[in-house]
Every structure is written in structure tokens, then in C-alpha cells.
Design a protein around this ligand. Structure first.
Ligand SMILES: *[C@@H]1O[C@H](CO)[C@@H](O)[C@H](O)[C@H]1NC(C)=O
Ligand SMILES: *[C@@H]1O[C@H](CO)[C@@H](O)[C@H](O)[C@H]1NC(C)=O
Ligand SMILES: *[C@@H]1O[C@H](CO)[C@@H](O)[C@H](O)[C@H]1NC(C)=O
Ligand SMILES: *[C@@H]1O[C@H](CO)[C@@H](O)[C@H](O)[C@H]1NC(C)=O
Ligand SMILES: *[C@@H]1O[C@H](CO)[C@@H](O)[C@H](O)[C@H]1NC(C)=O
Length: 492
């Protein structure tokens, strides 16, 4: 078993860091990574989205499967009906001690009698949580393990076996199993839309790695970080359900459920399909910089809600998540999608992250600049060396031209017509002089921005929208109207 060596040494590093669960405590330690790896990664990740039904890779996976040949038409319901929310079964892992304060996160996205799935707990919760509310996913208690395990990793093994136990609930007409933690927020309508683009009758392991370079170096660039959530196609979950215990026994010293899963899947030739929109959030502090410049891809998840500041200023975590979910309910397609436009006469740039924030810059900046997140956040652990992140960022600055005026979502409303109005209010006074190089046009007096979008036409994934800035009779309020971009419209 020559392959065990590198895995073990990585694991030892992980253990030395005293971590519990990769999605709860991911590593960010000082590791310099060659630019080449990053370049290759970016080329793969951002230039070649894995959408599409190209069959070569899948055929390869099939050939490499060393176990009993699977019969996809028997296991998955191969129909031409579009994938809907009813085709997904969610498997969530929690424990009786954390459920109390994480329940509100799961309930923010869970739709009773609509979403299917189970919350797996370490022990029977009925003493403490009786009666179990219908607003929560039904619970199950993880079955005891019948073979010898390394008890240091008992929690990791329980998390991994949850895949199998979720599958064994025997739900019918399932295309995808989506696994997540109890501090993961999922955006189910976007998940449905994104998963519908993959062939659920083939083996698919779809997820995302960490924002943190060192987490990916310590574990793998090609591993789905479980807290971000990931999806397994039905035939893959079915196959795994009989093989998981074998993998656990084959790799008794591999640390973290996510790593064993990746190792197990690699053994049958299945590799990760990176999907943007799943967010592990291996970050601390204020993640508004990231959420204000989300890539043009449907947002699928947010994780580590308790590890970061509340996403809206002057709100607690659960109230923040519920406000974001209100926006998601009205228009999931635009949620956190960035739209940029300009007010030329004052040389201002407006950047809106729909349903979350709007920024005004007192200068004209091109998209390429504004789509880089401002580094408002910190990496997971403090002792590290750059490069920290898997994304290019802008530094926080006091330069009055580059520092935005920040506005955050206050309300979402459908108007009588076919429009949606999202209202964003100023976070605080900026306390900087105006940007002199662009003409000293201060935006200090603007207190509110209202963004108008269509209630009937959803945004197409991956395509940007354009907008126009309109002044109102009230100088304190500015309107932004989202619209389809004109052919070859330049945003700069
Ligand atoms: C797959 O299963 C279906 C239903 O059980 C059966 O009709 C079909 O012949 C099987 N296909 C293969 C290739 O085994
Ligand atoms: C879900 O369905 C059950 C049984 O049909 C019903 O008793 C319950 O009130 C429903 N819950 C919600 C939140 O609609
Ligand atoms: C297949 O899907 C259709 C439509 O979703 C459903 O009506 C049918 O019961 C499913 N069949 C099986 C065998 O799951
Ligand atoms: C969070 O804020 C909301 C609204 O202000 C409040 O109802 C709720 O009790 C607060 N939750 C916590 C955990 O403090
Ligand atoms: C902006 O204001 C500064 C200081 O008040 C002044 O020196 C500069 O010339 C002004 N720039 C323009 C373009 O008006």
C-alpha cells in the first residue's frame, strides 16, 4: 500500500493541528504553493466549467469501476423529465449538542413537505427536543459501527457513514444525494438548476474545495469540502452505500470524512467535478467582501456561519441568514450576482450584489477590478504565509477613490407590476474626503439605493446583466435598474 505514505504524512500534519472535522476546523497553515499549481487549477476551474454532457470522462469512470457493474437504468429513474427539487434527498449531519443553536440555520432553507431528507444525530434527541418540530428535517440516529475503528476518528466515520445511511432510507425516484453540515445554508432552487445540467445516471461527485490555499494543500485540491455541501448522483451513492465500510477499514488512519470519501472514490476512478457556488468559507471575520463580489454562478451554499461575523451589520447570525433567504425566495437566480454600472457625470461606479449589498465608488472602475473581492476577511488560521486564498482580492484601503461607500440589504419587495425592488441602506459614514482625481464628487449624501429587477424573467446562470443609474427627486436615494446587456455592451 504505497499510496498510504503521503496520505499518512498529511494526516499527521492535520492531527498535529488538533482538528476535529475538516468542515469545522480546516487548516490554513503556512505553505508556499507554486504559482504553477494555482495557474493550472484556475485554468481548469474557471476556463472550463464542467457543465455539459460530454461523455468521454464518464465512460472512463465506468471502465475503472472494479466492482459489480452498475445498472443505471435500474437504479436511477431515467426519464426526460427535468430535475426538480423532489429528485434530491438531503443528508445532514448534526449532533444533539450543536443542534440547539444550529437549528435556525437548517430551518432557514429547509422546506417542510417539499425538501426530502434527514438530519442524522449522534444519539436520540427526544428527551431534549420533544416534540420534534415539523419545521425541521426528520431526524435519524446514526447506527452503531459493527467493526473495529480508530476511536479518535469516530465522528469522522459517523459523518462518512451518513451517506450510506441516507441512501438506505430507501427514498424513491432520487437523482441526487446532497450532503451538508448543520452549519451549512443551502440554496435549493439554484442547486436544482445546477444539478439538472449533469447526467444523474452517471457517476458524479460534485462539490468544491476550500477558499484557503493551505487547506487544499493539506487535504486536496480535488476534494469536496463537506461543509460546503456536495452532491453524489444516485448510482454513485448506491455504489458507495455498499463500499463505504470497506473504505473506512482500508484507510483506518485517514483523517477527515471528506478525505476518506475522496480516497474511496479515487479507488474507483471517480474524481471531483468542481462546481462554483459551493462555499466552504474557511474564513473568519467579515466576509462581506466575498459576498459582494461573488462569481457569476448561482450561489449554492454558505458554510461556517458561526465562524464568521454575521453577514449583515448590526444583525445577529440567524436574523442575517433569514434576511438573505428572504431575497433568495423572491429571486434565487440573482442572489449575490454582481451587476456593475456607472453614473458618468459624477464619475461614480455602482456595484450591486443582488439581495445583499451595493457599493458606490467615487471613480470609474472596470468590471475586472470590481469583480475582485475586497479582503475584508481573514484566513482560517493566523499563522500562515501568502498566498492565502484561491482567489484574487483587493486590499482594504483608505484611498477615497478605491474605498467604497457600503450599503446593505434592508428589504425585498415585489411591486404591483412585474418588478422586484431591493432596498440597500448605508452601513455607516465613510469618513474619507472625496476622490479628488475624478472630480471631488462626494457620495456621502446618498443614504439609500433601490435596485429594480424583473419579477418574471430570471437571470441566466453565467450570463451577466447590465444596469442604469437613475437619480430620484430625493437626492439621498439613487435607483438602479437592472436590464439585459445590449449586444457587445462594454462595462468599463
Ligand atoms: C437494467 O435493469 C433493467 C430493469 O431491471 C433491465 O430491464 C435491463 O435489462 C438492465 N440492463 C442491463 C444492461 O443490465
Ligand atoms: C406536512 O405534511 C403533514 C402530513 O401531510 C402535515 O401534518 C404537516 O402539517 C405539513 N407541514 C407543513 C409545514 O406544511
Ligand atoms: C420515475 O419518475 C416518474 C416521474 O418523476 C415517477 O412518476 C415514477 O414513479 C418514477 N419511477 C420509479 C420507478 O421511480
Ligand atoms: C436575533 O435577532 C432576532 C431579531 O432581532 C431575534 O428575534 C432573535 O431572538 C435573535 N437571536 C439570537 C440568537 O440572539
Ligand atoms: C479636489 O479638491 C482638492 C482639494 O480640495 C483640490 O486640490 C483639487 O484640485 C480638486 N480636484 C478637482 C478635479 O476639482
Amino acid at each position: 500500500m504505497s499510496s498510504e505514505k503521503p496520505i499518512n504524512s498529511t494526516i499527521r500534519t492535520a492531527i498535529q493541528q488538533g482538528l476535529q472535522h475538516i468542515s469545522l476546523g480546516t487548516l490554513c497553515k503556512s505553505i508556499a504553493t507554486s504559482g504553477l499549481i494555482l495557474f493550472l487549477f484556475y485554468t481548469l476551474l474557471f476556463n472550463h466549467p464542467y457543465y455539459g454532457q460530454s461523455t468521454n470522462q464518464f465512460t472512463l469512470f465506468k471502465l475503472n469501476w472494479p466492482l459489480s457493474p452498475h445498472n443505471a437504468s435500474a437504479s436511477a429513474n431515467v426519464t426526460t423529465t427535468p430535475t426538480s427539487i423532489s429528485h434530491i434527498v438531503f443528508g445532514m449531519v448534526s449532533d444533539v449538542n450543536t443542534w440547539n443553536y444550529r437549528k435556525s440555520y437548517v430551518e432557514s432553507w429547509w422546506r417542510p413537505n417539499v425538501t426530502r431528507g434527514y438530519l442524522f444525530l449522534d444519539r436520540d434527541p427526544t428527551q431534549r427536543y420533544h416534540p420534534w418540530p415539523s419545521s425541521s428535517p426528520p431526524f435519524r440516529v446514526n447506527a452503531p459501527v459493527k467493526f473495529r475503528i480508530n476511536h479518535k476518528y469516530a465522528t469522522q466515520i459517523r459523518i462518512l457513514r451518513t451517506i450510506m445511511e441516507t441512501f438506505k432510507q430507501g427514498d424513491e425516484d432520487v437523482r441526487w444525494y446532497v450532503m451538508a453540515d448543520d452549519d451549512t445554508i443551502l440554496f435549493v432552487d439554484n442547486l436544482v438548476e445546477v444539478l439538472a445540467k449533469y447526467d444523474h445516471t452517471k457517476y458524479f461527485y460534485i462539490g468544491m474545495n476550500s477558499e484557503c490555499v493551505s487547506s487544499n494543500v493539506n487535504f486536496l485540491f480535488d476534494m469536496a469540502f463537506g461543509g460546503a455541501g456536495y452532491a453524489l448522483s444516485y448510482p454513485l451513492a448506491e455504489a458507495l452505500s455498499t463500499k463505504v465500510d470497506g473504505c473506512i477499514q482500508r484507510y483506518p488512519n485517514v483523517y477527515s470524512s471528506d478525505f476518506i470519501l475522496q480516497t474511496c472514490l479515487a479507488d474507483f476512478g471517480v474524481s471531483l467535478t468542481h462546481q462554483r457556488g459551493f462555499h466552504q468559507i474557511d474564513l473568519h471575520g467579515d466576509i462581506s467582501g466575498l459576498l459582494s463580489a461573488h462569481p457569476q454562478s448561482p450561489v449554492l451554499s454558505l458554510h461556517h456561519i458561526d465562524a464568521t461575523d454575521p453577514i449583515f451589520p448590526s444583525m445577529n447570525r440567524s436574523a442575517s441568514i433569514n434576511l438573505l433567504m428572504e431575497a433568495a425566495k423572491v429571486d434565487h437566480s440573482r442572489l449575490l450576482q454582481q451587476t456593475i454600472c456607472y453614473q458618468r457625470k459624477s464619475s461614480w461606479s455602482f456595484s450591486t450584489s443582488w439581495g445583499y449589498s451595493t457599493h458606490i465608488y467615487e471613480n470609474i472602475y472596470p468590471r475586472s477590478f470590481l469583480q475582485r473581492p475586497i479582503e475584508t476577511f481573514r484566513p482560517w488560521l493566523r499563522h500562515f504565509k501568502p498566498p492565502f486564498y484561491m482567489l484574487n482580492t483587493r486590499s482594504l484601503t483608505d484611498n477615497p477613490c478605491e474605498a467604497p461607500h457600503e450599503f446593505f440589504l434592508e428589504s425585498v419587495e415585489r411591486t404591483g407590476g412585474d418588478q422586484v425592488v431591493t432596498t440597500y441602506v448605508r452601513k455607516s459614514r465613510r469618513s474619507l474626503p472625496p476622490c479628488s482625481s475624478s472630480g471631488n464628487h462626494s457620495a456621502d449624501h446618498i443614504s439609500k439605493i433601490q435596485v429594480f429587477s424583473s419579477a418574471t424573467t430570471f437571470k441566466k446562470a453565467g450570463l451577466i446583466e447590465c444596469c442604469d443609474v437613475e437619480e430620484t427627486a430625493d437626492v439621498k436615494i439613487t435607483h438602479i435598474k437592472l436590464r439585459a446587456c445590449m449586444k457587445d455592451e462594454i462595462i468599463a
